[in-house]
Design a protein around this ligand. Structure first.
Ligand code: ADP
Length: 363
């Protein structure tokens, strides 16, 4: 995931903004964990560089080590994504704000029948901004962000994954308010795995995850922890898990205007804005995700550089003047479209919209 514009001090897009929901500073004193700042640009978010309170004490060194691993690999103390960094996806933004941010901001209004949702699922093709949305949510809620890839739990934690899940929720409560983002949930909670062939450890871990999610609404100290999950294949998800992910939000491929925004954000420093034809490049990128457009722009930037290097090498010119990076032309971008394959799965978009009409949560 590339660093969004807000991390470099610029806000790229105008979109459904929101007043910040300050849930109180988790920062007391203690260890400072992972910061994503760039030296050249002072951080836009005053929360950057906050300190987390000290880690809880555990009964054994094994548990302490597990907690430290989670803090090192999974905890991102500074997600620092603004809603405005994300091109369009207004429905998803509004739905998330209503489902997660508002219950936290106005808890009195959401007690009893209108209780907050247990968990939220972001589904859609890969590279469309699901992780960015989760980070924007965590940023707005000033929550500690735990970013876990389900496939890495499966591969790295096999035997210990049940303990890892328990510890993850324990730390999330300790550093509350927290957001736990589980990417690629399907690799963990696939209904296909329940055919009896499943490894005992992985069955226990799944059960633990369900138990922990059920426990979120009854935490003795009322700590706020919300779970967001993402999947590219929501139809593969286990029914028990799906029941707990009460809100399901489609994050689709970018529209023409979103693609234009993305191109303009990524290329504006590298083109002559007066002559570069953003509209025709955007029109040619239908079917590409935001992540694909990122790759396309990098390729477009490389083309004139490659041509210049070739010229210098060929002519064996030893330049005495400093080299300047050549501007990207419209043709560079159009040529790059042709060699940028959609990284999306072969799943047709209609499959997502059909699933959405059956299981999704519209506004
Ligand atoms: P996902 O979690 O859906 O696979 P990510 O949120 O990790 O996708 O997005 C991957 C990258 O693609 C981002 O870092 C960003 O550069 C770009 N991107 C995708 N969608 C958007 C969007 N709607 N607005 C801005 N950037 C986007």
């Amino acid at each position: 995931v590339t660093t969004p514009a807000s991390a470099s001090g610029q806000s790229a897009f105008t979109a459904a903004p929101a007043a910040s929901t300050d849930l109180g500073n988790v920062g007391l004193t203690g260890t400072s964990i992972k910061h994503r700042t760039t030296e050249a640009h002072p951080p836009a978010d005053p929360f950057i560089g906050r300190q987390l309170k000290p880690m809880p004490r555990f009964a054994s060194s094994e548990l302490t080590e597990l907690a430290m691993t989670i803090q090192r690999d999974i905890l991102d103390a500074n997600p620092n994504v603004a809603w405005s960094d994300i091109a369009e996806l207004d429905d998803a933004k509004n739905l998330l704000r209503e489902a997660v941010v508002m219950p936290v901001k106005y808890p009195q209004l959401f007690q009893g029948i209108v209780r907050p949702w247990k968990g939220t699922l972001l589904f859609g093709p890969p590279g469309t901004g699901k992780t960015m949305l989760a980070k924007a949510l965590a940023t707005e809620c000033r929550s500690t962000f735990f970013n876990i890839s389900a496939s890495s739990i499966v591969s790295k934690w096999r035997g210990d994954s049940e303990k890892l899940v328990r510890m993850l929720f324990e730390l999330a409560a300790h550093y509350a308010p927290s957001t736990i983002f589980i990417d690629e949930l399907d690799s963990l909670m696939s209904s296909r795995a329940s055919d009896g062939s499943e490894h005992e450890g992985s069955r226990r871990m799944k059960t633990e995850l369900l138990v922990q999610m059920d426990g979120l609404q009854h935490r003795p100290n009322g700590e706020v922890v919300f779970v967001l999950a993402a999947s590219n294949v929501p139809w593969d998800l286990d029914a028990a898990m799906l029941r707990r992910l009460e809100k399901r939000v489609l994050v689709g491929l970018p529209s023409l205007s979103a693609r234009r925004q993305l191109l303009s954000r990524l290329l504006h420093d590298h083109v002559d804005e007066k002559t570069f034809d953003f509209d025709s490049v955007a029109a040619k990128t239908e079917g590409l995700s935001g992540a694909d457009i990122d790759i396309l722009c990098r390729e477009a930037m490389m083309r004139p550089i490659r041509a210049l290097i070739h010229k210098l090498e060929h002519e064996k010119v030893l330049s005495t003047t400093p080299l300047t990076r050549p501007k990207v032309q419209t043709e560079d971008a159009i040529a790059s479209v042709a060699c940028t394959k959609s990284s999306g799965s072969s799943v047709p978009l209609t499959k997502y919209t059909q699933w959405e009409s059956q299981f999704g949560s519209g506004m």
